[in-house]
Write a protein that binds this ligand. Structure first.
Ligand SMILES: CC(C)(COP(=O)(O)OP(=O)(O)OC[C@H]1O[C@@H](n2cnc3c(N)ncnc32)[C@H](O)[C@@H]1OP(=O)(O)O)[C@@H](O)C(=O)NCCC(=O)NCCS
Length: 185
């Protein structure tokens, strides 16, 4: 069975699975109460990437304030990383930003987090500033990354290229009989 990935709204029943992912990838994971709050607020769009068998592989959220979107979390289960799951999630958040005619999308990322920076830069996010000693408990600086051009044809073309990259991954997955999505279970 090829690995199938569905991007869906985060449901209350997903909270435990998302907490289990966050506990592995964040020094300060959100509490169940914070997650529950994020999925009911009207100005939040919190998504999960779900395997065909229903398992949650990752999640991501954007909070809309006025005409700006703030990406507050993107996390993928370590056993499913480097399979384009975050690319799918960030693409879906950017599509929401476009559909809502937002003027910009912004986020903070650890200065040392090159993996996430590469991911965001492929969507056109660029550094616009630093929040010194932003992260607890180690007081690492945050880079502020912003995509300013989301109403532009360039941004739409970038999203098209991301969709194509995902389609290639899907095809590779379909043609690989060993790729069940359970490789690391
Ligand atoms: C960052 C993170 C979300 C990436 O998730 P992922 O599903 O593995 O990412 P993808 O497979 O979609 O990768 C997309 C691109 O991001 C970059 N990337 C992702 N992981 C990378 C890594 N370990 N090293 C270098 N580049 C990486 C690459 O450019 C990659 O494209 P490629 O595979 O064609 O080279 C994941 O590593 C994670 O959950 N990290 C911990 C939480 C975190 O740092 N979140 C971001 C907070 S701002």
């Amino acid at each position: 069975m090829a690995m199938q990935v569905r991007i869906e709204r985060f449901a209350e029943a997903d909270i435990a699975a998302v907490q289990a992912i966050d506990a592995q990838v964040y020094a300060r994971p959100w509490s169940a109460a914070l997650l529950a709050d994020d999925i009911v607020k009207d100005n939040r769009h919190h998504l999960v990437a779900r395997h065909g068998d229903g398992r949650v592989m990752g999640h991501a959220s954007v909070m809309v304030l006025g005409d700006e979107g703030h990406i507050s979390t993107v996390a993928v289960d370590p056993v499913h990383q480097r399979r384009g799951i975050a690319r799918r999630l960030v693409l879906a958040l950017c599509q929401i930003g476009m559909a809502q005619n937002l003027s910009l999308l912004t986020l903070e990322v650890r200065a040392s987090n090159r993996a996430a920076q590469r991911l965001y830069s492929s969507f056109g996010f660029a550094p616009v500033g630093v929040r010194p000693r932003y992260y607890e408990p180690d007081r690492e600086d945050a880079l502020i990354l912003t995509a300013h051009d989301i109403a532009s044809a360039d941004f739409a073309a970038r999203l098209e290229r991301q969709s194509s990259a995902i389609a290639v991954l899907d095809q590779a997955s379909e043609s690989d009989p060993n790729n069940s999505g359970h490789a690391h279970d």
